[in-house]
Design a protein around this ligand. Structure first.
Ligand SMILES: C[S@@+](CC[C@H](N)C(=O)[O-])C[C@H]1O[C@@H](n2cnc3c(N)ncnc32)[C@H](O)[C@@H]1O
Length: 191
């Protein structure tokens, strides 16, 4: 992993979050009635969590990075930041947004589920939103889950356990998992 240090100011992060809101509106308009599991988290709150956790983590991975706002914020705050997203159009947005903000955040289209992780077993009987098919994106990025100090996801309700198990099985000792829930806010899970 590359090493890089940086401290974005609040105005830059605020502008990034605003662009994220605009991109979500554009995505919804382009998408029409077609369902997508993309819903952005509280991005200002995510930036605050990234600042708080920065002394404990150098590398960052977002699982399902949407339009890229949180991964780019992590990069601008000095993390080595990567995002994986199954929806190619969202990955295009994220790469353009990274260029716009002079960010080195790296994005790959594909799945955050490794081949040997049995997601269906965790999600059994649930009406789930995580996409189970798709090629894992780790090889393209040249990384594995165990390379990261901090992993972030915004699971749909009832799907948090999948991310906890994923990091437990594929992370390493000390990997932090940050999750967002619309009613509970942010939670840090220590492995
Ligand atoms: C609820 S949105 C969260 C977006 C962003 N992480 C945030 O916090 O604002 C979940 C995202 O995960 C993506 N996704 C779902 N299953 C995936 C998979 N198996 N691999 C990669 N991305 C996935 C969806 O396309 C969607 O963009």
């Amino acid at each position: 992993l590359r090493r890089r240090r940086g401290e974005a100011d609040d105005a830059t992060l605020h502008a990034l979050c605003r662009r994220g809101d605009e991109l979500f509106a554009r995505f919804r308009a382009e998408r029409g009635d077609e369902f997508s599991s993309f819903v952005p988290a509280d991005h200002a709150g995510a930036c605050a969590m990234l600042r708080e956790l920065r002394p404990r983590a150098d590398s960052f991975l977002e699982l399902g990075s949407g339009a890229g706002v949180v991964t780019i914020a992590a990069d601008l705050l000095g993390y080595d930041a990567y995002g994986i997203e199954i929806e190619p159009r969202l990955c295009d947005y994220a790469r353009d947004l990274a260029d716009e903000f002079g960010s080195d955040a790296r994005f790959a289209v594909g799945s955050f589920l490794p081949d040997d992780f049995d997601a269906a077993a965790v999600l059994a009987d649930a009406d789930f939103h995580v996409t189970l098919d798709g090629t894992p994106a780790y090889d393209e990025l040249g990384v594995g889950l165990a390379d990261f100090d901090l992993v972030y996801a915004f699971p749909w309700p009832g799907e948090e356990e999948l991310f906890v198990r994923l990091v437990r099985e594929h992370g390493r000792r000390g990997t932090l998992l940050l999750t967002y829930d619309a009613s509970e806010g942010f939670t840090v899970h220590e492995r």
